[in-house]
Design a binder for this molecule. Structure first.
Ligand code: HEC
Length: 90
């Protein structure tokens, strides 16, 4: 699965697929706690959301020391679609 490959290359160093925290939160059930629209926005440019008054981002900021970087591959629609499909399986 394409999304899984992308995840291994670009996300796994910071995210587990369980509930366990690594550098970022575990991503199990993330598509249940966040809307797909929010995840889309987040993946395109995390910094932009972190610097806004978005309440979810403000909460995440409090709980995690590091900020998620902007990942260039995530500006490509097709890649985002694949990753989100994969996140739905977690
Ligand atoms: C260098 C570490 C790092 C990488 C690489 C990374 N993230 Fe993150 N991610 C974080 C951190 C840290 C947070 C918590 C928010 C913050 O403080 O930036 C986060 C938050 C998230 C969230 C929100 C989770 C929630 O509970 O609301 C999602 C979704 C997410 N990341 C998906 C991804 C995906 C998909 C990739 C790969 C394309 C990825 N991340 C790559 C560090 C990373």
């Amino acid at each position: 699965m394409l999304g899984e490959e992308l995840f291994k290359k670009k996300c796994r160093q910071c995210h587990k697929t369980t509930e366990q925290v690594l550098i970022g939160p575990g991503l199990k059930d993330v598509t249940k706690r966040r809307s797909i629209e929010w995840i889309e926005k987040w993946l395109i440019d995390p910094k932009k959301i972190l610097n806004s008054d978005d309440p979810i981002a403000q909460e995440l900021k409090k709980n995690f020391k590091r900020d998620m970087p902007k990942i260039p591959e995530m500006s490509i629609d097709e890649n985002r679609k694949d990753i989100i499909e994969y996140l739905k399986t977690l």
